[in-house]
Design a protein around this ligand. Structure first.
Ligand SMILES: Cc1cc2nc3c(=O)[nH]c(=O)nc-3n(C[C@H](O)[C@H](O)[C@H](O)COP(=O)(O)O)c2cc1C
Length: 219
C-alpha cells in the first residue's frame, strides 16, 4: 500500500496541464466513484457533480474565468477534465425518503423496518437542525461538499493524477451558464484534473505549511 502521507506530501496544486493527455475510461470511472463514495453528515450526499471533459464543455466553464479570474482559465481549458462541485440548496422530505429508499435497496436495513424508521428519523433530526433551527441548509450542504473536494484531491493524487481546486471563478457567470439555482443547487467550487505540463513550476516548488507546534495542541 502506498504511504498516504507520502501522497499528501507529493500532491500539489497544478498550475499548468498537458492539454494532450486525456483520462482513460478507467480513470474517469474511478474519479466518479471517488466523488460518489465521499462521506457526508447523516449520509445526506447533498451534492451533484458536473463533469466536463470535452473542449466544448470545458469552454462553457471557462466563461466564468474572465477578468480577475482569468488566471485560472488555461487550467480549466487544458486539464483533462473539470468537475463542478454543486451543493444542494434544498432538502425536502421526499429527498430524505429517497435516501432511505436507496439505503434499503443497498441492503442497509436487512428488512428490519424499525432500523429503517430509526435511520429516517435520525437523519431528519439532523437535517431539521439546519432546515428549521439554524436555517443554514445551503451552507451546511456546502460544508459537506467541501469535504468531498478534500477526499477528491487526495484520491486523485493517489491515482497518480494531478489536480487543481478552483474557487477563483465568477459565480454569477457560472450560474448564468448552468442555471443551478432552479435545480436547487449552487456551484460552489471546481476542480481540474489531468496531467501536469512538463513546465509546471509548481511541481518542484517546496510545500509550505505551518509548523506542527502551531497547529496541534495535544491534551
Ligand atoms: C478551496 C480551494 C480553492 C482554491 N482555489 C484555487 C484557484 O482558484 N486557483 C489556484 O490556482 N489554486 C487554488 N487553490 C489552491 C491553493 O492555493 C493550494 O491548495 C494551497 O496554496 C496549498 O498548496 P498545495 O495544494 O500545492 O499543497 C485552492 C485551494 C482550495 C483548497
Amino acid at each position: 500500500m502506498k504511504d498516504i502521507v507520502e501522497i499528501a506530501r507529493k500532491r500539489y496544486t497544478t498550475k499548468h496541464y498537458n492539454p494532450d493527455k486525456k483520462l482513460t475510461p478507467e480513470q474517469m470511472g474511478a474519479i466518479k466513484e471517488l466523488l460518489r463514495l465521499a462521506p457526508s453528515s447523516v449520509n445526506s450526499q447533498p451534492w451533484h457533480f458536473i463533469i466536463a471533459a470535452t473542449p466544448k464543455s470545458k469552454a462553457r466553464i471557462a466563461k466564468a474565468m474572465e477578468g480577475l479570474f482569468a488566471f485560472n482559465k488555461t487550467r480549466v481549458l487544458d486539464a483533462a477534465a473539470v468537475v463542478i462541485f454543486c451543493a444542494r440548496t434544498q432538502m425536502d422530505d421526499s429527498y430524505l425518503q429517497h435516501l432511505t429508499d436507496k439505503e434499503r435497496e443497498d441492503g442497509r436495513f436487512s428488512g428490519n423496518e424499525e432500523i429503517e424508521e430509526a435511520g429516517y428519523k435520525g437523519r431528519k433530526f439532523f437535517v431539521d437542525i439546519h432546515r428549521k433551527t439554524l436555517k443554514d441548509l445551503p451552507e451546511w450542504a456546502a460544508r459537506q461538499t467541501y469535504l468531498n473536494i478534500g477526499a477528491f484531491l487526495l484520491g486523485a493524487a493517489a491515482m497518480g493524477l494531478d489536480a487543481t481546486p478552483i474557487e477563483g471563478f465568477d459565480p454569477a457567470i457560472l450560474e448564468q451558464e448552468f442555471g443551478f439555482a432552479k435545480q436547487h443547487l449552487a456551484g460552489i467550487c471546481l476542480a481540474a484534473v489531468g496531467h501536469r505540463a512538463a513546465h509546471d513550476g509548481n511541481a518542484t516548488r517546496p510545500k509550505s505549511r505551518l509548523d506542527p507546534a502551531e497547529l496541534f495542541t495535544e491534551i
